[in-house]
Design a protein around this ligand. Structure first.
Ligand SMILES: [Zn+2]
Ligand SMILES: [Zn+2]
Length: 137
C-alpha cells in the first residue's frame, strides 16, 4: 500500500515543465508580434503621411491656380475699368472725351462742368501755349 503512494506523485512533476515551456515559447512570439505591429504601424504612418503630403500639395497647387486665376481676372477687370472713362461731373460712364482725365456722360454734364474745366482743359491750353502748334511758323 505504501508503494502506490510514491507512484501517485509522478504526474504532478511533468506539469510545471510544460508551463515553463509554454512561457519560453510565448515570449519570443509576443515580441515578434509587437515588432510586426510596430512595423505595420510605421508603414501605415508613412502611407498616411505620404497621402496627406500629396493631398496638401494638391490642395496647395489647386488653390495657387485659383489664386492666380483670380488675380488674372482681377487685373483684367481693373484694366477694363481703367480703360473706361468716367464722367468728371457726375461719375457715370462717359461717352464724350474732352482731354486728359476729363470725359463726360453727356453734353449737359460737359456744359455744367465747363466753367471749372476751361482753365485746365488741355485741348484749349495746348493751343494757347503753342505746345503742339508753333505760333512762329
Ligand atoms: Zn455726367
Ligand atoms: Zn478738356
Amino acid at each position: 500500500m505504501s508503494n502506490s503512494n510514491t507512484n501517485g506523485s509522478k504526474p504532478n512533476t511533468t506539469e510545471p515543465i510544460m508551463l515553463d515551456n509554454l512561457k519560453i515559447d510565448t515570449e519570443p512570439k509576443k515580441t515578434h508580434l509587437l515588432e510586426d505591429i510596430k512595423i505595420a504601424y510605421e508603414q501605415l504612418f508613412r502611407e498616411i503621411k505620404y497621402n496627406t503630403d500629396l493631398t496638401i500639395r494638391e490642395i496647395l497647387n489647386e488653390s495657387n491656380l485659383k489664386i492666380m486665376k483670380m488675380q488674372h481676372e482681377y487685373e483684367q477687370k481693373i484694366k477694363e475699368v481703367k480703360l473706361k472713362q468716367w464722367c468728371i461731373n457726375c461719375g457715370k460712364e462717359a461717352v464724350y472725351y474732352c482731354c486728359k482725365n476729363t470725359s463726360y456722360c453727356n453734353e449737359t454734364c460737359q456744359h455744367q462742368h465747363w466753367s471749372k474745366h476751361f482753365k485746365t482743359c488741355l485741348r484749349i491750353n495746348s493751343r494757347n501755349d503753342g505746345e503742339f502748334d508753333d505760333p512762329m511758323d
